[in-house]
Structure formats: C-alpha cells, structure tokens
Design a protein around this ligand. Structure first.
Ligand code: ZN
Length: 201
C-alpha cells in the first residue's frame, strides 16, 4: 500500500499555511495535485493503485472521462492502468461540454475521474454531459479527496454532490480543517489567507 500523504508531502503537493479555498472557506492546508503528477512515475504508481481498487470491486468500465484541466493527468493515467479509453469534458463559456470529436455510445459504461474531489461539483457536471448522450455513469474516482465525499465504504457528508448509489474510489481522505471566514482561527491570529495559485503556488 502506498503512503499517499508522504508522496504528496515529498512532492510539495501538500501545502501548509492559510488558504482561501474556491468555496470561500479558509484552511491551513491546500492540495496542489498537479505537483504530485509532475513526476510521470509517481502518476503511474498512483493510478495503478487506484486501478487495483477499482478492479477489485468488480466494476466494469468502458471509458474514463475527466473534467479538464484538473482531472486530465489522473484520468489519462487511470485509463491506461485500466486498459480503457480516455475522453475529457471542458468548460466553454463556463459550461462543461464534450468537444473535440469525442462521443459516447448509448449504455457505454463511463467512470468519471478527478485529481482531487472536494464536493464533486465539476465531476457531476461532467457526468451530466455524458448521461445526456445516453451513456451510463458507473462510478467516480479521484486520487484524493478532501474529506467531504468520503471514499467507498464510509459515510459521505451532506455537502457531497456525488450520488449515494454510485461508488467513489480514492486513494486517500485528506481531512483538513476547513473554516468559515468568521470562525477562522488563522484570521483571528491576524494572518491573511492566500488564494492558491495567486502567488505562484
Ligand atoms: Zn482565515
């Protein structure tokens, strides 16, 4: 079994400080998943481990689909590890769409894969694009999740948007503290949150 937290830390993908999340909440930790995937060998190891879990579940999959950009590398590697094809959805004018000549067949069994899932919002947008075309969403996967959408076999929190009747596979639950701005102890201590990505991270 891989030590996922150590792999993320060693890659500089698990940041510590005071971060403003896209949800508007604050956290002392942030996962910069792209950093862990910059080494193709590690990307392959992580995807192989995730594929092992998915294969062990007996779930049958024809295609992996990821929402771009975040999910591309994880989804591509996972498709390779599962021996299935890979497609992606992307935002055009803010709306998630399937472009570039990608198509799905009716009843095709599609797994949605992200690098990291918080509430699963983008994953669900990708899923509805695929379902609209008659294919079947058989499950969801991510390298890691932020503790809202717990992995298969554990209880999901109310904010999780993933459907309860579909499996969700992930290598690790990174259950970081998340605070509303008004309750954030880091703000109370006088520090200002950083929006990840805004200062070169
Ligand atoms: Zn704060």
């Amino acid at each position: 079994m891989l030590d996922i937290e150590k792999i993320y830390k060693d890659a500089g993908a698990l940041l510590e400080g005071h971060f403003l999340l896209s949800s508007g909440k604050h956290s002392p930790n942030y996962l910069q998943s792209a950093k862990v995937l910059e080494d193709p060998k590690i990307a392959q190891q992580l995807a192989d481990e995730l594929a092992k879990q998915i294969k062990a579940s007996g779930l049958e999959i024809d295609t992996v689909c990821s929402p771009a950009i975040g999910g591309l590398l994880a989804g591509y590697e996972l498709a390779r590890a599962l021996g299935v094809r890979f497609i992606f959805t992307e935002r055009k004018d803010g709306k998630m769409t399937l472009r570039r000549g990608f198509a799905v067949n009716p009843r095709e069994r599609v797994l949605i894969c992200e690098d990291i899932i918080t509430t699963g919002g983008s994953a669900m947008e990708a899923a509805s694009e695929i379902e609209k075309r008659g294919a079947e969403i058989v499950g969801f996967a991510a390298l890691a999740n932020r503790g809202v959408c717990k992995r298969e076999g554990t209880e999901r929190q109310a904010e999780c948007k993933l459907p309860k009747d579909k499996p969700f596979f992930a290598l690790a639950d990174f259950d970081f503290p998340i605070y509303k701005p008004e309750n954030c102890p880091l703000c109370k201590a006088g520090s200002t949150p950083i929006k990840p990505g805004s200062r070169g991270n």
